[in-house]
Ligand binder design. Structure first.
Ligand SMILES: [Zn+2]
Length: 266
């Protein structure tokens, strides 16, 4: 068993109880130094221990070996009669935040490495430095610090096309964010109303609201442009439906300038 004097850098609020070395991991059993703990709800200190449990915290490596702290954590009873918290877990303010799985100093080191280099690279480097961490965890650390914005910038170029539930019978609408080459949404049908709702909420190219003559006409699905674009021709029944729709179209809509047809870029 290693001597406790070999580990003078254990966090100040902990007392070393036992050291369990193994070829690939060094486990240090520690206990909180303080006998009292303050209730997080009412702030009254308590010394009545309700139960004990082991809390695992990853710590900075030691001599090329990963270090794991097994903290003998305690759960206290609150001594304030009117407090809504009957019991509460003892905190480790100088070691790790509540519910954390690594010490604060290891978290700080890994987060700064991830911000300086990148998730995948630091993940491989950290494994060699005996403080393994996944790339996804590094990304969560960076987001927690606010360095990576959660909200994406608004879409500027939105492409609209159709897709088939069943070819020749039922079609839907697909919206593609061209700058990222990513499908944004799939609408269940080719309804101009639903597409108009999506288009109205998007800014036009270069920022700002779309110009009135570039907005989608709600009669656009009645105009067949698939033959002109090289798609297969419509079935006779579909052609007759299109002709009836064109005859019932109000004259104010016919030939509206800027009407983009079935495919449009807003
Ligand atoms: Zn309390």
């Amino acid at each position: 068993m290693l001597s406790k004097r070999l580990l003078p850098l254990v966090p100040a609020g902990l007392v070393v109880q036992q050291i369990l070395p193994s070829p690939k991991l060094l486990t240090i059993v520690v206990a909180p130094r303080e006998c009292l703990a303050a209730c997080p709800a009412c702030g009254k200190p308590s010394w009545r221990v309700r139960s004990r449990y082991d809390r695992i915290l990853n710590d900075l490596p030691w001599q090329g070996q990963p270090v794991r702290l097994r903290v003998q954590a305690r759960r206290f009873r609150c001594l304030e009669l009117g407090c809504p918290r009957l019991t509460f877990a003892g905190r480790l303010p100088d070691t790790a935040p509540p519910a954390a799985r690594r010490t604060g100093r290891l978290d700080n080191l890994q987060r700064n490495l991830g911000l300086s280099t990148g998730g995948e690279v630091v993940s491989r480097l950290a494994a060699r430095l005996a403080m393994p961490v996944s790339a996804d965890t590094l990304l969560r650390m960076a987001r927690r610090t606010g360095s990576i914005p959660k909200a994406r910038p608004p879409m500027r170029v939105l492409a609209v096309d159709e897709w088939a539930w069943r070819r020749g019978h039922r079609y839907g609408t697909v919206l593609v964010y061209l700058e990222r080459n990513r499908v944004v949404d799939l609408l269940p049908d080719r309804s101009a109303d639903k597409l108009g709702c999506v288009a109205e909420g998007q800014p036009r190219r270069g920022g700002g609201r779309p110009r009135p003559d570039r907005r989608l006409c709600r009669w656009c699905p009645a105009r067949c442009t698939r033959c002109r674009r090289g798609h297969r021709p419509l079935a006779p029944a579909a052609q007759s439906r299109r002709r009836r729709a064109c005859r019932s179209r109000p004259p104010s809509c016919g030939g509206a300038p800027g009407c983009p047809g079935d495919d449009a870029a807003v």
